[in-house]
Design a protein around this ligand. Sequence first.
Ligand SMILES: Cc1cc2nc3c(=O)[nH]c(=O)nc-3n(C[C@H](O)[C@H](O)[C@H](O)COP(=O)(O)OP(=O)(O)OC[C@H]3O[C@@H](n4cnc5c(N)ncnc54)[C@H](O)[C@@H]3O)c2cc1C
Length: 447
Amino acid sequence: MPTASERIPAAVRPLVSERARKTLDLVEKFVNEECLPADPVYHAQLGTGATRWTYPPIMTELKTKARSLGLWNQFLAGHEHGGAGFTNLEYGLMCEQLGRSRTASEATNNAAPDTGNMELLAKYGSEAQKKRWLGPLLEGEIRSCYVMTEPDTASSDATNVQLSIKREGNEYVLNGQKWWISGAGDPRCKVYIVLGKTDPNHADKYKQQSIIIVPSDSPGIEVKRMLSVYGYDDAPHGHAHLIFRNVRVPAENIVLGEGRGFEVMQGRMGPGRIHHAMRSIGAAEEALRWLLTRANAPHKQPFGKQLSEQGVILQWMAKSRIEIDAARLIVLNAAAAIDAGNAKTALVEIAQAKILVPNMALDVIDRAVQTHGAEGICQDTPLAYMWAQVRTVRIADGPDEAHLEQLGKKENKKAAEARDLIQRQVEKTDALFKKYGTKELGPCPRL
Ligand SMILES: Cc1cc2nc3c(=O)[nH]c(=O)nc-3n(C[C@H](O)[C@H](O)[C@H](O)COP(=O)(O)OP(=O)(O)OC[C@H]3O[C@@H](n4cnc5c(N)ncnc54)[C@H](O)[C@@H]3O)c2cc1C
């Protein structure tokens, strides 16, 4: 089989450096030979009860191996802060490989939400904030959470968040509730990046919010409960419902300044969406591999035929291949658009990828599940967990509908231009009919 670098789509191949190609092949090898075999062991080491929320020892070994191979922090685009200096497109290709395994992203220190939080600190943090939090995160010594969503507000519209951040002397005091805080279950999670309101009455609703850094062991933080994803607890990472009661942090923990929460938040989002999308492409590729294996398993031949001899299964294989390859191009195009400009100039392309990919991946994974019969929905293959994980991407980081609405509004702005063009063409058609004296077959459309 050709290596990952040999499979880079022709349309983007010229944009990938020799160094990135070599690293991509190394990532693929690491995922194939180390991470995928380690995944079931990681799961088993989590055990049950108290051990669920500890740190599986196999992860330490994977991290050591990844570092010795130079596979560390590839997400950080610039070389500053020890980033690997790859473009979004190059790192996107690596994310596809990482997304095939449960352990690979963390093993290489490329796991969410740390990656987005590290980008945020690198971009907007003060020198003191970087020293205290970014350094240990880049070293993989601690982990972090991004704390935005609330149980009592429609949080896909972040202007709704209510958590209060009040200045009192040299401190800020936080009060409120948050939920779906991914990573809060991990004992190594030492820092929360929290969005709340410092000025709920500001006339500009985008200037009411601020982002503040909160140590996870601050007095007044209560983990009310851990939430499940289709029954999975996602330990040791987990998703927490948190209560903040008079939580006090030093005033210098505010990021960039009061009222600049939206600005910081938006700077954090764009590239992360591409990384998630490429990981979902990796999951879809892995599901297709399971489908192909099951369809050709000699011991599983319902009604005396190999599944791969059934036309419908062959169609699933073909459709899956087309859909994965098409979606990959959409994501890589978005990554290239960020590299050519920035996340703001590439808004449309990023939204396209964010919406399209999880839906595509869910279809592919579902076909793989169906091909396995009952085996596909239990713990004996990675497919059931993979489906649950990818399903959340249609909601997390903004639901499909919110992104579709934004995209639809942008598309609708082209209506006047579209109408003018068609109008000019209709007028020309009319003139051509007259010129040739040809009888029209029907009335002109009304515009
Ligand atoms: C697995 C997982 C992990 C997460 N991790 C984190 C995390 O680490 N930190 C964090 O802060 N949050 C996290 N979230 C929360 C996530 O970002 C929010 O759930 C998401 O932004 C949606 O907000 P909401 O749940 O409040 O839904 P709401 O805002 O109440 O929306 C509910 C539904 O309304 C519909 N809707 C919304 N807008 C529109 C529109 N414009 N047009 C039509 N319909 C619309 C959609 O169908 C949407 O699903 C996570 C979520 C999941 C599932």
